[in-house]
Ligand binder design. Structure first.
Ligand code: SAH
Length: 264
């Protein structure tokens, strides 16, 4: 019998019929976060001239087989003009859209770093599975559009992963800024978020659109309600926390191997 929380989710139906999960798509925003997992799963980079993605897109795909799963790991690549990682919601939504269309994953894992709120129990290096996602910088003060802007949704529930891997759980709030304006702060509070990132809710929006189950594994690089400036703390902890993320994502993928979507 499937746990009700998983099989009740609309995204479960399509994959359910197919039996064991075979294709996993990992969506990651930054190269520093992506490369340890590329090495861990021994993925190879798809050559640009044979890319499944449209010409001109900087999106990068690594792929390979690991413990009976086909893994595609995509990251939006470097900004073509500025050369930095294409972080944020626009790039994340685009690469997720294209990847769902072209790679047809059974499950999406959006893995990355996040800011955490110590008042909600987050500490540096903690790894969270997000139960819910919402936006905190889309303010549209017109009835109904206000809710559309916030875009709150539940993520695909994976009670067995949470139990088995003892991951922390909490709500994730997404916006296109690394820092936090007073407006963002009140919206994050009303989203009841424990963690804050720049991609999650955008990935969830696209995944839901195409009924693809998606989970959000986020490791805390900085404490938003702490003393240290966010950008400084983020850069200081990025490498060490990426290792914690790497370990957690590997455990999640090991758990998924050989299982049906309803067993997560
Ligand atoms: N200065 C960084 C920029 C990365 S932006 C660099 O050197 O490249 C931050 C990335 O980490 C985003 O992908 C975001 O999802 C995540 N992140 C980590 N801490 C965050 C926070 N406090 N608020 C929002 N996003 C955060």
């Amino acid at each position: 019998m499937a746990p009700p929380s998983s099989s009740d989710h609309p995204a479960a139906a399509a994959v359910e019929a197919a039996g064991a999960i075979s294709k996993v798509l990992i969506v990651i925003a930054m190269q520093t976060e992506a490369l340890p997992l590329v090495n861990k799963f021994q993925l190879v980079e798809a050559p640009t001239d044979e890319s499944v993605f449209p010409k001109g897109a900087p999106w990068t795909r690594f792929h390979g087989n690991y413990k009976g799963l086909h893994i595609d790991l995509v990251w939006p690549g470097k900004d073509p003009v500025l050369g930095v990682d294409s972080v944020g919601t626009v790039s994340a939504a685009l690469v997720t859209y294209a990847s769902i269309q072209l790679l047809k994953p059974d499950l999406i894992i959006n893995a990355g770093t996040a800011g955490g709120f110590k008042a909600k129990g987050a500490g540096i290096g903690d790894v969270f599975l997000a139960t819910d996602v919402a936006f905190h910088d889309r303010r549209i003060p017109i009835p109904v559009f206000d809710s559309y802007g916030i875009g709150a949704r539940k993520t695909f529930a994976t009670p067995n992963i949470v139990k088995e891997l003892s991951l922390k759980v909490g709500k994730l709030s997404t916006g296109d800024s690394l820092d936090m304006s007073p407006h963002d702060e009140s919206a994050i509070l009303s989203n009841d978020a424990t963690i804050k990132d720049m991609e999650g809710a955008a990935v969830a929006y696209v995944a839901d659109m195409f009924s693809t189950p998606a989970i959000f594994v986020k490791a805390v690089t900085d404490i938003v309600d702490g003393e240290k400036p966010t950008a400084e703390e983020f850069l200081q902890n990025l490498i060490a926390v990426t290792m914690a993320l790497d370990v957690a994502v590997t455990k999640v993928v090991d758990f998924i191997s050989g299982k049906c979507i309803s067993e997560l």
